[in-house]
Design a protein around this ligand. Sequence first.
Ligand SMILES: *Cc1c(COP(=O)(O)O)cnc(C)c1O
Length: 405
Amino acid sequence: MNKPYLESYPDEKGFFGKFGGSFIPPQLVQPFEEIKKAYEEIKNSKQFIEDLKYVRKHYQGRPTPISFAKNLTKHCNGAKIYLKREDLNHTGAHKLNHCMAEVILAKHLGKKKVIAETGAGQHGVALATAAAYFGLECEIHMGEVDIKKEHPNVIRMKILGAKVVPATHGLKTLKEAVDSAFEAYLNDTKNSIYCIGSVVGPHPFPMMVRDFQSVIGFEAKEQFLEHENKLPDNVVACVGGGSNAMGIFAGFIENKEVELYGVEPLGKGQKIGEHSASLTYGEEGVMHGFNSIMLKDKNGEPAPVYSIGSGIDYPSVGPEHAFLKTEGRTKVGLCDDNEAVDAFYKLSQLEGIIPALESAHAVGFAMKLAKTLPNDKTILVSLSGRGDKDIDFVVENYPIPNSKF
Ligand SMILES: *Cc1c(COP(=O)(O)O)cnc(C)c1O
């Protein structure tokens, strides 16, 4: 019998086909070996599974429900739209799914401090929360541009006891935050551990973060059957690094009849610098320690990227997404800034749910897809987070529509 997909990929060295792997400086080889070994040890340990189940149920708020978006469905007049409500996690996004597990791993390794990057601040807040809960120090690196844009999350991290370090080079957004966090980790691999915020980075992170996020897909599969008595025809999730998408895809990857769509931000347009649609416009390349499909400038360096969603403006993408797209198992959807803002307001006014701007990209694409499908078809959207962090920015730049209809 063939091994299930999730046990077959990645291989020993962290490759999904030709994507993934571990391209790191010699000083990091040993620390990453240590992380890999620790993960192999604890992933099947009864204690670890019990600990994680406990915090998820009694602290984080899992299982998160699936809601039928009845008014949005009526508005689109096509396929039925369902939402997997990751916005209802403590701290407001799916990030705590892997942060809690990464911090338990850090404790297992005897580390005192967790270090990470953050884009919109969601990963930083989630990690600061997990660190507070488990009693570890926390240091978060964040681009200066994002620090201004996502002010409430910066304050939240500080209140939670984390140190926020601004990344001041280059475009001062997510990529630079990753550079800066890697450097800090390099300087203190003994006492600290890097807790990557998505299914990116060197092996074992893409695998580990996927495994921790797979709870979204496993819950969703069961819950969707409860609603519809069949599997969804389509599953849609936004892709920055790709963790909420891999998390929900994990539940349906073996069911070939379920179409899986990763939605990339088309930003302001198709030119380099106007979007961050890596899978759509990128080419193979190594960045931040792994081989994937990335956006490059004329010199082959990581290209400048942009999206209205601060958590999804990354010039590369998780290697498993590159692999699954190349294999034809997943498809890529696009949603630009304006479509995302339209979805942001539509979901708010028709369903009473204010989505994160990142998640609004998945909703925006799902609305376009729904309109092309008959009303006996279904779409399950990963609503990765809530939009409280984005309200000031949206209202200042895109006036609230006068009429819902
Ligand atoms: C961080 C974040 C994302 C993007 O990260 P992925 O790893 O691509 O899931 C999407 N939505 C929200 C709400 C986020 O906070």
